[in-house]
Design a protein. Sequence first.
Length: 397
Amino acid sequence: MTALPRVIIKPRRARPFFARHPWVFVTSIGRVQGEPEPGSEVEVVSHEGQFIGRGIHNPKSAIRVRLYRWDGGALDDAYWASSIASAVRLRHDLLGLGGPGSAYRVIASEADGLSGLTVDRYDRWLVAQFTSLALYSRRSIMISELAKLPGIEGILARPERVTAEQEGIPAQGEVLWGTAPAAPVEINENGVSYWVDLQGGQKTGFYLDQRENRRAVAAYCCGKNVLDLCCYTGGFTLNALKHGGAASVLGIDSSSTAVEVARHHATINQVSGATFESGDIFTKLEALRSEGRRFGVVICDPPKFARNPRGVEDALKGYLRLNRAALDVLEPDGVLVTCSCSGLVDRALFADVIGQVAEQSGRPIQILEQRGQAPDHPVLASCLETEYLKCFVCRVS
């Protein structure tokens, strides 16, 4: 058997990889023995020559090697099939997800040991997002195994353009298997119906990671006037009305398309009390403040503010500005629900922002709940970067 190329880690840099962190950045590599092709299998060893694991090499990526096995076994079709089966068992057997109209994450990239592949299910369709050359180059076995899931009619690819370019993989969407849906797909979450555009919506079509939080936040909304900022297609709004008994909800989003879909969702779910507007969030907040409008609950669920380490400082300033403006329209003893999906902004940094908001506003803030992503988006203990979603429920005096 031909020996694999070897990637040798710099001195005193190997510990995270022995602890099963899957990302080997170029800055941790001392040298490479052999000439691995892009997407080829390599063996990773410490500076002293001790075996660490097997991974896949990509000279175009800052993540030079993605590690998958630490037991010395090959990265063959049987291994990938076993990894996918393990991810499916978590969702079906342990979490009890599935059934007609269901929507959930089937594979959560690093959190399921499949670094570079995210797969979401929407009723009878899967949407796959390849974010690594490693797994894109092995997509045939991935698609073959995913197509075995009961009731699947099609598998679509929805690349993230910037990441695809960095990894050297195609940035165009395509049908990988079966057929694409002819219209938006109807899903049911928490007893609420949504229509999801699998080929044009954000991410893979919907923000499935907020499932549990949407229902939990509804419990704070009874009889309250609620402001839902960055409402997208109305997830928090509809739960606040249907499950929380909110008196009214004003949803605001920068996307006029998302707002039209949110209005449609309010109609098909036969809820009253929802109003949606499109426009710049900060402009809208200033107008509400000037009008003297106040709300018992304000929900802030903005898009990702930090996409790379250089953007963290600006992201923190953005969260501070948004939450400070939100308090200007929040009633005394009101509830602030504030979220961050920026993985580079960890829980401690985000909590510190809330502390700065309290200082600047002169209003005490009590954090009642610190929530995260739904359990079908698990956190890998050896890769805490997989904990990206923060959802703080706060009382503001």
